[in-house]
Write a protein that binds this ligand. Structure first.
Ligand code: NAD
Length: 262
């Protein structure tokens, strides 16, 4: 019997659910009998995940949403609530690496693109989920990163790291503010995970000018000698989303195979 049996029938909204960590988490939620609204800026990706869930007997809907757009976010969340009449879990996960460049060469537009997806997107999804989560309590999980929190060697990632640090501060503010409604809020900080995030990464040549070489002759992944898998992160997300973590709120959890302790 699953340790997550209390989660069956709950409704989860997953942003960036069409790929990587979001996709793996949507599948993990569904495996426990949760209904999943898979939101992604790329609708065809979300549709594929919905199909995968359907093939295993689960229930899901796809929703084309750009998390940086307030009206799209609001409409997406309403779609999930209209379909199933409730919302219990928000996994605010959509994010991009964006443009990697030295600060003096990073344009305001490039900076803003990263901020609006990663930080504004987190704010908007949390904001629009609150009216529904408030009804019976719930769990919000935010995908931050080692970058901006425990690691600062992602050269050229000033914008990205700033959003990831801000997400943790936002998570703590939200955890206190929403505790009265029995809404828990936590963040995960993954290290390197094998996903499609490279497709949303624009690394400029100029990064070479500011990079400080760091050498790990025996590799930089002490635990498994390779990047993590999305499924490993999904196991943590499921735990934080579930009642198994009922006393955990306002906490960031690193999931990096000890990479950032090196
Ligand atoms: P991914 O690219 O595989 O998946 C991200 C998904 O988000 C994609 O399907 C993409 O289409 C979607 N997306 C991008 N912009 C969006 C927007 N504006 N609105 C809605 N959806 C949007 O990458 P991933 O690695 O699974 O990334 C998920 C999260 O994990 C991100 O927040 C990322 O910063 C974080 N993260 C990833 C790693 C890693 O090594 N992969 C490490 C730490 C943190």
């Amino acid at each position: 019997m699953s340790i997550y049996q209390k989660e069956a029938g709950k409704v989860a909204v997953v942003t960036g659910g069409g790929s990587g960590i979001g996709r793996a988490s949507a599948l993990a939620f569904s495996k426990e009998g949760m209904k999943v609204c898979v939101m992604d800026i790329k609708e065809e990706r979300a549709e594929e995940v919905v199909q995968e869930i359907g093939n295993t007997g689960g229930e899901a809907i796809a929703c084309e949403v750009d998390v940086s757009d307030p009206s799209e976010v609001q409409r997406g969340i309403e779609k999930a609530v209209q379909k199933w009449g409730r919302m219990d879990v928000l996994f605010a996960n959509a994010g991009i690496n964006g443009t990697l460049a030295p600060i003096e060469k990073l344009s305001l537009e490039e900076w803003n693109t990263t901020i609006s997806t990663n930080l504004n997107g987190t704010f908007l999804t949390v904001k629009h989920a609150i009216p529904y989560l408030k009804k019976a309590g719930g769990s919000i999980v935010i995908t931050s990163s080692i970058n901006g929190n425990r690691a600062f060697h992602g050269f050229g990632m000033a914008a990205y790291s700033s959003t990831k640090a801000a997400q943790v501060a936002f998570m703590k503010m939200a955890a206190l503010e929403l505790a009265r409604y029995k809404i828990r809020v936590n963040a995960i900080c993954p290290g390197a995970i094998k996903t499609n995030i490279g497709q949303n990464t624009n690394a400029t040549e100029a990064v070479k000018e500011i990079a400080i070489p760091v050498d790990y002759p025996e590799g930089d992944q002490p635990l498994e000698h390779k990047p993590g898998e999305p499924k490993q992160v999904a196991d943590l997300v499921l735990f934080l989303a579930s009642e198994r973590s009922s006393h955990i709120s306002g906490t960031e959890i690193y999931i990096d195979g000890a990479e950032t302790l090196l």
